[in-house]
Design a protein around this ligand. Structure first.
Ligand code: ZN
Ligand code: ZN
Length: 420
């Protein structure tokens, strides 16, 4: 339904036409451009290679902090964090002093392109690897027109009422994947291909998990196996008649010392030593219930000051520490990275590509790395992401893409409005 009707959807200043063919946006969690770069060299991603030649390819920018939820929400709302409000997994409520999780849908301040289209009668499908992301992505979906929203993590529990689909395991023909596995991500694509074939939805959004990218570098057996399978899934979606746009929520960098041990700056310990205990509070917005693969160590932290400790003093001290790339006060962080002021710390500290930031050493369980080198994200160094389309751009969008840095949150605009 819908193709013959001249309808548009407007959201956050962008007008989206009705997609003339199914549109699929893929967000590869932790899909640093280096992975595609190496996979192309190794000749294991022939479909992506043809998209780059016959469609469009660039390296774009995600939002900072370069974390999963802020970027997924930016992509699906077509807006920066100042608009949709999700600037991390946690923020500190200044009134209560409590750390508040932002995973709940009520913290979102914008509707998504997906929800708007579903309310206009489009068939919209959003499939995620992890269930925590599904609930924010599915916020305000109208399921009555055949829209679907589920996670591979809970694919065995889908109901028509909540998810718009049931018996997913039968449809996909695969067992329920383990939560920490490559299969959790690959299940998303197998389900997407079956649903595209069966329902021919107007818009699909597919989001994976970065469990494998946290563990393995470009060129490793595990990565090449995953990328070869992703590539054949992309080819299958295009063969079924979809235009595919591929991006990532953030990149990924090795943050280990030459001997393989994690290269971590424990900022709370440093600040306590300089200013005294309980005069600052370090909040790690990467922290979430699924910490096994990064030990809660990322590239971006927020510091809250009290007891006469000033942001200026913290910035001056933190900025002098080895491994720190940049420090900002609240106003300059919000202006630089388009962040919501009421959820920002007094000071933002960002580490360089080779360094991770933690709070207190005692609070991090590094045994969770299971002997792997620490790979993580969150800072400016991990904001670079692929921006690849399976079809060529119109002259207008090709010109626009050359004139300014491409933001990953422009992907729906490009894939819906920008292709011929
Ligand atoms: Zn991620
Ligand atoms: Zn991650």
């Amino acid at each position: 339904m819908g193709e013959s009707v001249q309808r548009t959807v407007s959201l956050n200043g962008i007008s989206y036409r009705w997609p003339p063919q199914p549109v699929v946006v893929v967000c590869i969690d932790g899909g640093d451009p280096a992975y595609f770069h190496r996979a192309l060299r190794d000749g294991i991603v022939p479909h992506v290679e043809s998209f780059m030649k016959d469609g469009f390819s660039a390296v774009g920018e995600g939002v900072v902090p370069s974390l999963t939820n802020p970027n997924n929400m930016s992509i699906v709302t077509g807006s920066p964090q100042s608009v949709h409000g999700i600037s991390g997994n946690y923020f500190l409520d200044p009134e209560t002093g409590a750390e508040v999780m932002m995973n709940e849908p009520e913290y979102l301040r914008s509707d998504s392109v997906l929800a708007e289209f579903s309310r206009q009668g489009a068939k919209v499908v959003a499939i995620t690897a992890k269930d925590k992301l599904r609930r924010q992505l599915g916020r305000n979906f109208d399921m009555t027109g055949g829209s679907i929203n589920f996670s591979s993590e809970k694919a065995d529990q889908c109901t028509l009422e909540e998810n718009g689909i049931e018996n997913v395991l039968d449809l996909v023909g695969l067992p329920l994947p383990e939560v920490y596995s490559a299969e959790l991500s690959l299940f998303v694509f197998e389900a997407a291909a079956r649903i595209l074939e069966r329902d021919r939805p107007d818009i699909m959004y597919l989001s994976t998990t970065d469990y494998i990218q946290h563990k393995y570098p470009p060129g490793s057996t595990e990565i090449n196996d995953l990328y070869a399978k992703l590539d054949s899934a992309f080819g299958r979606l295009v063969a079924l008649g979809a235009v595919v746009g591929i991006t990532a929520d953030h990149g990924m960098n090795d943050k280990s010392k030459p001997d393989g041990s994690p290269n971590v700056l424990f900022l709370q310990d440093e600040l306590d030593g300089e200013f005294g205990e309980r005069t600052t509070r370090v909040i790690l917005p990467i922290t979430d219930p699924y910490v096994v693969h990064h030990g809660s160590l990322g590239g971006f932290v927020r510091v809250y000051c009290s007891d006469g400790t000033t942001p200026a003093a913290v910035m001056s001290f933190a900025g002098s520490l080895p491994g720190v790339e940049a420090v900002y006060d609240k106003a300059s962080a919000c202006a630089t990275f388009d962040l919501p002021v009421d959820r920002e710390g007094d000071v933002v500290v960002i580490s360089d590509a080779g360094t991770a930031l933690g709070a207190s050493e005692a609070g991090h369980d590094l045994t969770a790395l299971e002997g792997h080198r620490l790979r993580s994200h969150g800072g400016i160094a991990e904001r670079r992401v692929p921006f690849i389309l399976s079809a060529p751009l119109s002259r207008e969008y090709a010109t626009r893409a050359e004139s300014a840095p491409l933001r990953s949150y422009e992907m729906f605009d490009y894939v819906i409005n920008g292709v011929l």
